[in-house]
Design a protein around this ligand. Structure first.
Ligand code: AP5
Length: 219
């Protein structure tokens, strides 16, 4: 299965993609996660993307496509779910070129629909593991032990771009880029909209039903 998971910040892309990875063995590739790791390592790439990520702006298309082309070459045979990429119509065209060079193509672009007040609630309550990057929420996805990751015991922290002012900015940046991106996949006949309201299990089951209906899952 080869899909891109679309939707605004807080739509639940990362939470769902991590379940596909754990339960279905489908590689989860997240541009946001890649950039945060590179920033933490202070690598050359991290230094190039830092100012964009920390200010809630988009990293330039050419750089994002170059980074993802390298990661996609190494993706597992079972397929991949792209989370947070593409973010613009330019990146979507770049992704198509990269996949065509690798004799691959996308099965679908799945867009998660959620109302803005819900997105703000999810982002302002999010906590992330400082060691493995796993996602939690103060109310809806609590860890078993307060402040500690269930998977690795790492300390849970607030993402720098989850401050109220930054949340508003990221949502505005996304609104501008999303319309041409969604139109691109609609024109190509790949767009599927899924209701993103409900707990993670509910939304997971909705998407799984879609994958099964279209026989995208690896056998
Ligand atoms: P990125 O990390 O991709 O951030 P984002 O798109 O803003 O998405 P989020 O991670 O905030 O939201 P999500 O939809 O994954 O929700 P999540 O599952 O975490 O990008 C960060 C930055 O990197 C960008 O601002 C940009 O600078 C740069 N960047 C990244 N990709 C780029 C690209 N392609 N081009 C240019 N620049 C790029 O859930 C959020 C919270 O809600 C969690 O606490 C979770 O527990 C909870 N939750 C999720 N689903 C549910 C549910 N169904 N019910 C209850 N709670 C839920």
């Amino acid at each position: 299965m080869r899909i891109v998971l679309l939707g605004p910040p807080g739509a639940g892309k990362g939470s769902l993609a991590s379940l596909y990875d754990i339960r279905l063995g489908i590689a989860h590739l997240s541009t946001g996660e890649i950039f945060r790791q590179e920033i933490a390592r202070r690598s050359a790439l991290g230094r190039r993307v830092r100012r964009y990520v920390l200010s809630g702006r988009l990293v330039p298309d050419a750089l994002v496509v170059e980074v993802m082309a390298a990661r996609l070459r190494r993706a597992r045979a079972a397929g991949f779910v792209l989370d947070g990429f593409p973010r613009t119509a330019g990146q979507a065209q770049g992704l198509d070129r990269v996949l065509a060079r690798q004799w691959r193509r996308l099965d679908a672009a799945v867009y998660l629909i959620s109302p803005q007040p819900l997105l703000v609630k999810r982002l302002s309550g999010r906590r992330v593991c400082s060691r493995c990057g796993a996602n939690y929420h103060l109310r809806t996805m609590r860890p078993k032990r307060a402040g500690r990751c269930d998977r690795c015991g790492g300390r849970l922290t607030v993402r720098k771009d989850d401050q109220p002012r930054m949340i508003r900015k990221r949502l505005a940046v996304d609104r501008k880029a999303a319309a041409p991106l969604v139109a691109y996949y609609r024109r190509r006949g790949l767009l599927h909209r899924v209701n993103g309201v409900g707990n993670v299990e509910t939304v997971y089951r909705r998407t799984l039903a879609l994958f099964r209906r279209h026989r995208w899952l690896p056998s």
